[in-house]
Design a protein around this ligand. Structure first.
Ligand code: DGL
Length: 291
């Protein structure tokens, strides 16, 4: 099929089709998800918000993550987002339902896509033995949301969950990778090797950056799964079904907001996206100002 042929019968063009897709994360990790969107849906415009001032999310309480996520969702919608992608596992686990309830309560018909369901579905398809591992933040593991997503995709699969309190912060601050990163990753692989999994969900947006060392430690036979491609497919279907696919020719634009320091975001973000970031602006969120 030619690259630009629509994969799904699109609904009649919606007047909001030219508006951007809103994407958010606790920081720069969600750029690994954004990259998949830029590749799969190049004609879309994107507005990405990284909540770098409040990174990491992975050891926060779910109530707090719900409040942060609703606040960010409101900010992106006020900036014109036509669909929201929660490109953060910890926020998806804690807040996807809360954002949907919040939007429904104010009768706003905006589709919200998290990373857990697409990752769980890809993992279940990839596994031959039905033994799947999960590496994720303590918040994501404690929520039990991956257990539910995997069981919904296939109730006969065993999920071995490993909370990795240090990994995202180490990756965030650890370029180039040093021996401490290697030792930390190796430690998190031990329970996965013991559980004899054949597939591992990289359940934090940062972990794809560790994929080469994880693959070596776990062995070539273990499939590493992250949500990106599945999220892009869900976004495409959701936009097409509502007539929201951007009809513009060629590549769309992307721009960034962050709650912390702009230059640090640009420097680290370029490494995660492997592309120039262009426009990055600082944004002050109300809950942060109040905190
Ligand atoms: N984006 C976060 C996640 O996927 C990275 C880790 C963090 O903020 O603690 O869970």
């Amino acid at each position: 099929m030619p690259r630009d042929a629509p994969a799904y019968p699109a609904a009649a063009l919606n007047p909001r089709a030219h508006q951007p897709v809103g994407v958010f994360d606790s920081g720069v990790g969600g750029l690994t998800v954004l990259h998949e969107l830029l590749v799969s849906l190049p004609a879309e415009d994107y507005l990405y918000l990284g909540d770098t001032a409040r990174f990491p999310y992975g050891d926060r309480a779910s109530r707090e993550l719900e409040a942060f996520s609703i606040e960010i969702a409101e900010h992106l919608l006020a900036a014109g987002a036509k669909l929201l992608v929660i490109a953060c596992n910890s926020a998806s686990a804690a807040a996807l339902d809360a954002i949907e309830r919040h939007l429904a309560a104010s009768v706003r018909d905006v589709h919200v896509i998290g990373v857990l369901r697409p990752a769980a579905q890809l993992a279940v398809v990839a596994s031959h033995t039905g033994r799947i591992g999960l590496l994720a933040t303590p918040a994501t593991v404690a929520s039990g949301a991956y257990e539910r997503a995997v069981a919904a995709a296939d109730p006969h699969v065993h999920l071995e969950s490993v909370a990795c309190p240090d990994l995202a912060p180490i990756i965030q601050g650890g370029f180039p990778f040093d021996e401490a990163v290697v030792a930390t990753v190796r430690g998190y692989c031990v329970p996965l090797r013991k559980a004899d999994v054949d597939t591992v969900i990289l359940g934090s947006t940062h972990y794809p950056l560790c994929a080469p060392m994880l693959q070596r430690m776990l062995g070539r036979g273990v499939a590493l799964v992250s949500a990106g491609t599945g999220v892009a497919r869900s976004v495409e279907r959701a936009l097409a079904s509502r007539g929201l696919l951007n009809p513009q020719e060629g590549e769309g634009a992307y721009r960034f907001l962050c709650t912390g320091d702009v230059e640090s975001f640009r420097a680290l973000g370029t490494r995660f996206l492997q592309m120039p970031l262009g426009e990055v602006a600082h944004v002050e969120l109300a809950a942060r100002a109040a905190a």
